[in-house]
Design a protein around this ligand. Structure first.
Ligand code: MTE
Ligand code: MO
Length: 252
């Protein structure tokens, strides 16, 4: 009850000030509640802040839509680009037995997980849509371990705010806040449509962030780090996407 009325109050404040006194005041309220996204400094900064802040307050606990098995898209799918770098090919040639997900940062027990280890944890699946910012989409069953399970294993420290994750493909890295990191539909996926996750769709390991656009679902994940400060990464905007002109927060 208390939580709901507090959210109502903040939202009311955001909406009213956006209408009456402009976005600047709304942004100040968002800041007061820690709802400023890392890419707020761009041209669309105020819009990004309002979008992120209002989404967080309204939909923090909501689920991305799930579909039925009959709605799974038939191949060929639109993107399906496999990485071509040498590091990937070497691991692929070895059947990915040497693939590791290293986890560090604000955690009590930094670790390196093999695929076999990740597969030994409780497996979950979801049938959700990957939506590209360019307009196309597809529906697939995603099989993996919830990111929250792995974060529990390493022991996330209380002041953690974001999870930053990196692909074996250079320049592909993203981050999400703890609300999305701990969300039940945020998975480290290793399977798709009842099978292994194909290389073209991010195998052997892909971050699946179902409440945001496709680009947040980074393929070929090898490393993730927990932080309270995104300024230290890249150009300090939170991920690769705002460096290329896309929003850090891409809620759908
Ligand atoms: N490593 C890596 N991850 C990536 C991409 C990529 O090119 N490389 N493309 C992103 C974009 S823009 C989208 S829309 C989805 C596409 O997913 P798909 O390849 O399974 O179709 O993957 C995302 N993750
Ligand atoms: Mo995309």
């Amino acid at each position: 009850m208390k939580e709901i009325s507090r959210r109502k109050l903040i939202l009311g404040g955001l909406a009213a000030t956006a209408g009456v006194s402009g976005l600047g005041v709304a942004a100040r309220i968002a800041q007061e509640y820690g709802l400023i996204p890392p890419d707020h400094g761009g041209i669309y900064g105020l819009g990004e802040t309002l979008n992120y802040a209002s989404q967080r307050l309204l939909t923090r606990h909501s689920l991305a839509r799930e579909f039925s098995r009959s709605q799974i898209s038939k191949p060929p799918l639109a993107n399906e680009i496999a990485p071509f770098n040498e590091a990937y090919k070497r691991l692929q040639a070895g059947g990915f037995v040497d693939w590791r997900l290293t986890v560090d940062g604000l955690v009590d027990r930094p670790a390196a997980f093999s695929l076999a280890q990740l597969k030994s944890y409780p497996s979950r699946s979801q049938i959700t849509m990957v939506q590209c910012e360019e307009g196309w989409s597809y529906i697939a069953e995603w099989i993996g371990v919830p990111l929250s399970h792995v974060l529990d294993l390493v022991g996330v420290q209380p002041h953690a705010r974001y999870v930053v994750y990196f692909s074996i493909e250079p320049d592909w890295w993203e981050s999400i806040d703890m609300a999305d990191a701990l969300h039940p539909q945020t998975f480290l996926t290793y399977g798709m449509n009842g099978d292994e996750l194909p290389a073209g769709n991010g195998g052997p390991l892909r971050m699946r962030v179902s409440r945001q656009l496709g680009y947040k679902s980074v393929k070929f994940i090898t490393h993730l780090t927990v932080t309270d400060n995104l300024k230290r990464f890249g150009k300090g905007l939170g991920s690769a996407s705002p460096e290329g002109g896309y929003a850090w927060y891409a809620g759908i």
